[in-house]
Design a protein around this ligand. Sequence first.
Ligand code: GEK
Length: 230
Amino acid sequence: MIVDFAFDESVAKVFPDMIRRSVPGYESIISLIGLLAEQHARPDSYCYDLGCSLGAATLAMRSRIRQPGCRIIAVDNAMAMTRRCRSVLQERPAGIDVDVVCADIRDIRIERASVVVLNFTLQFIRPELRLAMLQKISAGMLPGGALILSEKITFSDAEEAWRMEELHIAFKKANGYSELEISQKRSALENVLIPDTLEQHRQRLAEAGFASVEVWFRCFNFVSLLALKA
Ligand code: GEK
């Protein structure tokens, strides 16, 4: 029997290996988030890593941001993730301060944000709640602030969707996953990870108050967007 995917202890334990083998370009996205954050972080502001898991994006930001008075807030609602995230950060103390918070990102306050990272997290929020989430982020951002939104996407064209899905499956197979593991994971994620099209993302971001939205990374059905607050 396939049960819905959950971010529990067993997932947290293998998470870095799992996400690297499942998301094409993950490692590049992570290191480039450090670069984007360095460009957009402002003095005396907060940088948020929402759905931080083990803190990969937080570590990348921390290694590059040098602005005085800048602080990173890393949030995840899975205790198994935040516990490990804290120890990862303690193992390598350096750079600006980080607060790791175990909470639902829908419940936290966003304020004075110059950078907000949603690296493969919005896709786990129920679709009808996504606009309100982005509106809250936008309202808490400083003018010119940067939202980095990475997502698995779907396509309105069925053939394109099929081709991209096939490439993603080939990527996972090349990384050692079996047909059975791939199909079981797909079933487990079916009700949990609900992808939008790029067009849906663009419209929602515009509605939430972001002035410009650019794709800065894409591989198959995975994209990362840079959205700037008006
Ligand atoms: C990385 N950003 O390595 N509130 C807080 N956290 C949540 C919520 C929520 N409502 N829903 C899901 N999460 C990371 C990778 S993983 C992506 C992000 C993946 C958390 C969840 O617990 C998990 O840790 C993370 O979002 C998604 O750059 O596994 O495909």
